[in-house]
Design a protein around this ligand. Structure first.
Ligand code: HEC
Length: 172
């Protein structure tokens, strides 16, 4: 019992010290430095668990046909390229400027289940640069983008053309 109380007191002291440390300005606010491996692992686990817990178990209502994939490619190039890259710019313009960095989908595919990608796209990811798109895109457009993400490395010709040849709207 004594050890348990000591443990709780130590925990509270560590949290209080952390708070003082932050309020005195000792925590860097820079976005253009990489997070430590420990922070990446912990935050990544928390993000995965949070999304898995919250994302409704929806199935994708959009068929992965050429028209939907082309529409998804256009939406991706208009809204996502700047942070996540595309085939012309596999390393996105903002790749080294966000904290945490945005995954680069052209080199590492978005591998979460589609219902979770839909949830992330709708609501964004707190404490990161990932915006929620529900106020900007329709549900149909979000599903088209999710479908595009799942097929990004295996596109039919019309969608591939949109993905590789049309300029992204977010070009500088
Ligand atoms: C301003 C930068 C920015 C824009 C624009 C942006 N994202 Fe993100 N996105 C991020 C960041 C940063 C993360 C990483 C969040 C994290 O580490 O949990 C992320 C995470 C994601 C994830 C989760 C990936 C994973 O496996 O953890 C998906 C899916 C995603 N974005 C899709 C998109 C799509 C699709 C668009 C366009 C509609 C988009 N993002 C636009 C910055 C951005």
């Amino acid at each position: 019992m004594k050890g348990f109380i000591l443990g709780i007191v130590t925990m509270i002291l560590i949290l209080a010290l952390g708070l003082v440390f932050a309020l005195m300005g000792f925590i860097s606010v820079r976005a253009d430095i990489p997070p430590s491996p420990l922070e990446t692992a912990l935050a990544g686990r928390a993000m995965d668990a949070g999304v898995e817990h919250a994302a409704p178990k929806l199935s994708n209502p959009v068929t992965a046909d050429e028209a939907n994939l082309a529409a998804g490619a256009r939406l991706y190039r208009d809204h996502c390229t700047l942070c996540h890259g595309d085939s012309a710019q596999p390393k996105a313009l903002l790749a080294d400027s966000l904290y945490p960095p945005a995954p680069q989908f052209n080199t590492k595919m978005a591998d979460m289940p589609e219902n979770q990608n839909f949830y992330i796209l709708e609501h964004g990811v707190r404490w990161t640069a990932m915006p929620g798109w529900a106020n900007i895109l329709t549900e149909q457009q979000i599903w088209q983008t999710v479908t595009f993400l799942s097929h990004m490395h295996n596109l039919p010709p019309a969608a591939k053309q949109v993905f590789t040849e049309t300029p992204p709207r977010t070009q500088p």
